[in-house]
Design a protein around this ligand. Structure first.
Ligand code: GDP
Length: 448
């Protein structure tokens, strides 16, 4: 069986831990969308490594890590990550001898490349947008060039990994794209013009260095499927940030939903797969955009309490995340849009010793009750959440939890409430932040 892991909310659900655990069970670990705007912190032998691009399966010896066509790929970030990993355990064989990273990492020939001008444009655009307001305002991008690289891909002026290995093609494509970019630089942003030659030279150098890693990733996956090797598709960001199905325009530039694993890697829809949606026991959102169960304006003290206990601050920027109760209307939508077959519930420990826990089960809008997420972002901004109030679960010690029966009854009732509402089982429960504080209820790789 193969597994797709997706964030079922607005990202930051705790995918890293689940992906790390599932990586041990898979032979191939695939990133299929997004770019280096994802982030997993891994600690190996006391040394902290933050990975933004390379699948976290890299720290499990003997696994093949693939960056597939749906990813926008920044070669400079890739080499930085490789450099930091070379020092770690990741590139040691069974006898502890150093191995070559390109034995275990492959990048799709078809992936689109993030180049310096994408980063420049991202930052210029965000600065420009911050001067505007409303729907035209700041999206809150990470400034890493991901949006502009996806724009170029869709506009058919992107540079693909394969182009970096073909000087003639590369030069012609760069020339064409710079002509257009420079109109923007000059007339829209009043910024310095982009020069072809230094960029061309940089691309050639990056291409040569990248050559041993480049592969037909789709072909590698087809081979793996033919030999029934388990594959883990590692999603980044979250469902409600999907460019088609999220809270547009406050979304990311790629398809974060499970379907993105197919288009983003080139495997067909017949592939045997379980889809695991990761959700916190509450909800968070970074940056602007609608968030029905947000507590900030209703009970700022409680919002702050959840933020503080849950350490809900951006990993790289330290930006506080917005916090709120679990939203089952939004989660039901995530179940449907991803075809989620199992849920992983994280961070229930954050809500310990709360008197009661609220769960949103419908919305009110202009006198009507809604059981579905409205399509209009403006409507979603206006809905009032309707809650069920459940009893709190006191406290538990994650170290003493070895089976679901060890969890407080009220927490088990909470889990049951979620399962019954969504008609999806919770297959994994993260009982605390530690790697070992995880309860595997059933193993999706063994599903029949
Ligand atoms: P991602 O963006 O979905 O990949 O989120 P991360 O994997 O980076 O997780 C965000 C943070 O939540 C990390 O610091 C994790 O250690 C932490 N975390 C994950 N699961 C739990 C949990 O069950 N309880 C608590 N308290 N923290 C958790």
């Amino acid at each position: 069986m193969n597994v797709i892991v997706v964030g079922a909310q607005w990202g930051d659900e705790g995918k890293g831990k689940v992906v790390d655990l599932y990586s041990a069970k898979a032979d191939y670990i695939v990133r299929y969308q997004g770019g280096n705007n994802a982030g997993h912190t891994l600690v190996v032998n006391g040394k902290k490594t933050v990975l933004h691009l390379i699948p976290s399966g890299i720290l499990h010896p003997g696994k093949t890590c693939l960056i597939a066509n749906g990813v926008v790929f920044d070669p400079e970030v890739f080499f930085e990550e490789i450099e930091s990993l070379v020092q770690s355990e990741a590139f040691r064989d069974h006898s502890g001898n150093p191995t070559q990273p390109h034995h275990v990492v492959r990048v799709s020939e078809r992936a689109h490349v993030i180049l310096p001008y994408h980063r420049t444009l991202d930052q210029l655009r965000e600065n420009h947008a911050s001067k505007l307001s409303g729907a035209g305002g700041k999206i809150g991008t990470t400034g890493r060039g991901i949006g502009p690289a996806y724009e170029d891909k869709v506009a058919r002026r992107g540079i693909q990994v394969i182009d970096l290995l073909r000087p003639d093609v590369l030069r012609a494509k760069l020339k064409r794209t710079l002509e257009e970019k420079n109109v923007l630089m000059k007339h829209h942003f009043d910024a310095p013009l982009l020069e072809l030659e230094p960029l061309f030279e940089l691309c050639l150098r990056l291409g040569e260095r990248l050559r041993p890693y480049v592969a037909d990733v789709r072909g590698v996956l087809v081979h793996a499927l033919q030999h029934k090797k388990p594959i883990l598709f590692e999603g980044a960001q979250g469902t409600l940030l999907d460019v088609d199905h999220g809270t547009y325009p406050f979304v990311t530039s790629s398809n974060t939903v499970a379907g993105g694993a197919l288009t983003g890697s080139g495997v067909g829809p017949g592939v045997p797969v379980q889809v695991i949606g990761i959700t916190k026991a509450y909800t968070t959102r970074v940056g602007t955009g609608p968030f029905p169960t947000e507590l900030e304006h209703v009970d700022p003290e409680l919002a702050q309490k959840i933020r503080k206990i849950g350490a809900e601050f951006g990993a790289t920027t330290g930006r506080p995340r917005r916090t709120g109760w679990l939203d089952l209307v939004a989660l039901k939508y995530a179940v449907e849009v991803n075809g989620i077959t199992g849920l992983a519930l994280t961070k229930a420990d954050v809500l310990q010793n709360f008197d009661h826990i609220k769960v949103c089960t419908s919305y009110r809008l202009a006198g009507n009750t809604l059981y579905e997420l409205p399509s209009s972002g403006e409507d979603l901004e206006k809905v009032e959440p309707a809650y069920e109030v459940l009893p709190g679960w006191g406290s538990y010690n994650p170290r003493e939890i070895h089976s679901p029966a060890d969890l407080p009854q009220e927490l088990r009732d909470y889990m049951r409430f979620i399962e019954d509402f969504l008609h999806v089982p919770i297959v994994l429960m993260s009982t605390g932040p530690g790697r070992e504080e995880t309860l595997v209820i059933s193993d999706p790789f063994q599903a029949s």
